[in-house]
Design a protein around this ligand. Structure first.
Ligand code: MG
Length: 403
């Protein structure tokens, strides 16, 4: 997708950009609405969606007055309709409603912040409709990177990354031809256990894993950050976003999360994008690209910043990161299996069914069993996703019976 950065935008934006926010009640969704509130004349919220949190969705809708809201959970539809009865806001229901919102021909940009594989079809629907997607949903590129890239290239709709690392790479790459990239380096905070003795990882609790030092995030991504699976998924996303070979992507642990990522160029020069860790900055850039709009987000205080540290990741202590590199190299269905197995394993960990180190073990077993599944179509990939989930659930049942 790199050469497209040079291309003038395929759309003429209206004075106010019409924004659809899928997943508006999550961490990225709520911060997207905070950004939009800074620019009421320039960003108009056209539609919102939530999985099941109808209370917050109704509150958001009353505040930003979209034309439509979608709720996936059918049981939440009644209360949501009642809460918005006097507003004239249309309520649509079910997983297919996300696709309807995403494919809205009047949208200028769709923010894809739905958690999980549920974000995949809406992402493809927006791109098929020729609408740029400001993408936070990792699964879209991890599960179906080849498909997403193909649709984007065919329709000219762009994937604008929201994730801080990919936004950093994106910002470093503006104005640079693809042939000048040598490699990229994603920075990783290292998560809450970067300085913990790996021999004690077996006794890690869910509460410890959820306490991320630098970023305020959802539950799965916090645990994925603790195992470094999150960085692994980001490596796979970067491969697709910037058309890179596996050996062109590196990871470095950088505890302060000030340097958001680095691009190294063929002439030996490197660019890094830096800033206070605050997701509103990359969210805003995805909504305003190719422009930058003045905003009061926190600035770095260079005089007190002090020392920035960097070190190589420990792949023995954090095997999930090594598994993600393996999945990227294997390609096909392997990344989909990696992601699905991890999602189920993380849920089991949060539920107290398994230990912290069991997460990577279960993911590896699922990859061994299903990583080579067919991957030609979206249905193939979703079947591999299901098989991986089933595989992990089966292992959980077996170990529960044995225990
Ligand atoms: Mg990130």
């Amino acid at each position: 997708m790199i050469p497209d950065l040079q291309r003038p935008t395929s759309r003429t934006y209206r004075p106010a950009r019409e924004v659809v926010v899928l997943g508006s009640t999550g961490s990225i969704g709520t911060q997207t609405l905070e950004v939009a509130a800074l620019f009421p004349e320039r960003l108009r919220i056209r539609a919102l969606s939530a999985g099941r949190n109808w209370e917050l969705l109704a509150e958001q809708a009353r505040s930003v007055r979209p034309e439509r809201v979608a709720i996936v959970d059918e049981a939440a539809a009644g209360p949501l309709r009642a809460a918005l009865a006097d507003t004239g806001i249309e309520v649509v229901v079910g997983a297919e409603a996300l696709v309807t919102l995403a494919a809205d021909p009047e949208a200028d940009v769709v923010v894809g912040a739905v958690v999980g594989a549920a974000g995949l079809r809406p992402t493809l629907a927006a791109l098929e409709a020729g609408t740029d997607v400001a993408l936070a949903t990792k699964e879209a590129l991890v599960i179906a990177g080849a498909l997403v890239t193909e649709v984007s290239a065919r329709t000219g709709a762009r994937v604008l990354p929201i994730d801080s690392e990919h936004s950093a790479l994106f910002q470093c790459l503006v104005g640079e031809p693809a042939a000048s990239i040598e490699r990229v380096i994603l920075t990783a905070s290292g998560g809450p256990f970067r300085d913990r003795d790996p021999r004690t990882f077996g006794s890690v609790t869910a509460a410890e894993a959820l306490a991320h030092p630098n970023w305020d995030m959802g539950a799965r991504i916090s645990v994925d950050s603790a195992t470094m699976m999150n960085k692994g998924l980001e490596v796979i996303e970067a491969r697709w976003l910037y058309d890179l070979a596996p050996d062109q992507i590196g990871v470095v642990v950088h505890p302060q999360s000030i340097v958001h990522s680095v691009v190294e160029f063929v002439d030996g020069s490197a660019k890094a994008q830096v800033g206070v860790p605050d997701m509103r900055v990359p969210i805003q850039y995805a909504l305003t690209f190719p422009d930058r709009w003045p905003a009061p987000h926190p600035r770095l205080d260079w005089g007190t910043l002090g020392t920035l540290d960097f070190r190589a990741p420990d792949l023995d202590a954090f095997p999930a990161l090594a598994l993600a590199f393996r999945a990227m190299e294997e390609g096909g269905a392997a990344p989909a299996v990696l992601n699905a197995a991890d999602e189920v394993a993380v849920a089991a960990f949060l539920d107290g069914q398994i230990g912290f180190t069991d997460i990577a073990r279960l993911v590896e077993e699922a990859m061994d069993a299903h990583g080579g599944a067919p991957s030609n179509t979206l249905d193939d990939l979703l079947a591999a996703d299901s098989a991986a989930r089933q595989h992990v659930r089966q292992s959980l049942t077996v170990s529960a019976d044995a225990g």
